[in-house]
Design a protein around this ligand. Structure first.
Ligand code: SAH
Ligand code: ZN
Length: 375
């Protein structure tokens, strides 16, 4: 476990504004005999008023979360398959068109959900994916993938072996990497002078507006805003030149960055910054209100689950997601409230959900006898 007392980006002292309590690894599905050794840490978010970065104070070591038994396979979601086809097409048409022998690097490429669209067109590509089991799926489809954690050192190695990148892509992984300065430096070194870095992650503005506190779990060390991304990367010579809101994962933002001064900055950046100020994303009071909203949400959910339990209704969980780990553990949901969780991912089936220990069963169990309520 790594606990900080200073902002990971600008080194200003920070304090947690709330705690979600004792939390297990969000993707740490386990068997009954693994319960005595289950790992816990305290999930407590902080807001750095100096640089605007939202982050958690303690995070388990990366090796505890991303390994040869990582339970999240991107391609199990058909919705995300379509999303990444669109993302890849935007890069093919908007960045790579007309370039001779372009080179594309993706960080956190998982099972190849995005890179396959480059591989199938014969475009030089490289996936960086430390979780070996999901990387093996990509390699099985002929997608070039190395299983390492991206950082400064790896960036230099890639340049030495393959040259600089025309495009560096990342989805739902930048917010996972605690050494943001190291990654930003790595990206800056790996990128061609006319290259672009495009990444997307859950968006702080949506999380605050919707009280979607389930965005906060071990892997998500940061929840980004346009303001915090612009500042964090500016320290490493990268300029935020465009932003595009996404509907994925309950509200995400796509960020486009380029070496400073190399491209025109879109008006969308200034518009988004103004919107964030109007929403109060730079104000400490906003986060205290968020805390109250989380507590109110927890109260309502538990009131309803207790009522249904009293009425003898069957409630089943739909999707054993990493996000649900925060909800079940923060709210205190038990197998008495939720009979089981239905999930299509084989590696999760037959196991127990992290912390709450609710059994995970195949989707066929859900359809075999439909419950009264799905959560
Ligand atoms: N891009 C995919 C996967 C997101 S899950 C999608 O959006 O569906 C995050 C992935 O990032 C995991 O597969 C994890 O193993 C990987 N990852 C974690 N830390 C990393 C790092 N430092 N460098 C590269 N990949 C990393
Ligand atoms: Zn800071």
């Amino acid at each position: 476990m790594v606990a900080v007392s200073r902002c990971r980006v600008c080194d200003t002292p920070i304090n947690a504004f709330m705690s979600f309590g004792r939390m297990p690894i969000a993707n740490g599905f386990l068997t009954a005999n693994e319960i005595p050794n289950e790992y816990f840490f305290e999930l407590a978010p902080a807001f750095c008023s100096a640089c605007g970065m939202f982050q958690i104070m303690e995070q388990p070591e990366p090796e505890k979360m991303f390994h040869e038994q990582y339970a999240f396979f991107s391609s199990t979601s058909r919705h995300m398959q379509a999303h990444f086809e669109g993302f890849a097409n935007a890069v093919l048409e908007g960045v790579l068109a007309g370039r001779a022998d372009p080179f594309v690097v993706e960080l956190g490429s998982n099972d190849g959900i995005m890179l396959r669209h480059f591989q199938s067109r014969g475009i030089r590509h490289l996936g960086i994916e430390p979780s070996i089991n999901v990387a093996d799926v990509a390699r099985g489809h002929g997608i070039n993938t190395i299983s390492e954690f991206f950082g400064r050192k790896l960036a230099d190695d890639i340049v030495a072996e393959h040259g600089h990148a025309d495009a560096i892509l990342a989805a739902n992984v930048m917010c996972h990497i605690p050494d943001l300065p190291g990654v930003a430096d790595g990206v800056q070194r790996l990128l061609k002078p006319d290259g672009v870095f495009i990444f997307e992650d859950p968006y702080l503005g949506d999380m605050i507006a919707k009280t979607s506190y389930d965005q906060i779990y071990d892997e998500h060390v940061f929840i980004f805003s346009v303001n915090s991304v612009a500042r964090a990367f500016a320290m490493h010579g990268l300029e935020l030149i465009d932003v595009m809101p996404q509907t994925t994962h309950g509200g995400s933002m796509r960020y486009v960055l380029a070496p400073k001064g190399s491209r025109v900055v879109s008006a969308a950046v200034g518009d988004a910054l103004a919107k964030e100020r109007a929403q109060g994303l730079d104000q400490g009071a906003t986060y205290l209100r968020f805390k109250q909203n989380c507590e109110a949400s927890r109260g309502l959910l538990m009131q309803m689950l207790e009522k249904l339990r009293g009425q003898g209704k069957r409630v089943v969980g739909y999707g054993a997601t990493s996000k649900s780990t925060t909800v079940t553990n923060y709210c205190g949901i038990t197998p008495d409230h939720v009979e089981f969780i239905s999930d299509t991912t084989p590696i999760k089936q037959g196991k127990l959900s992290p912390g709450a220990h609710i059994p995970v069963k195949p989707y066929t169990e859900f359809t075999r006898q439909y419950p009264d309520y799905a959560l």
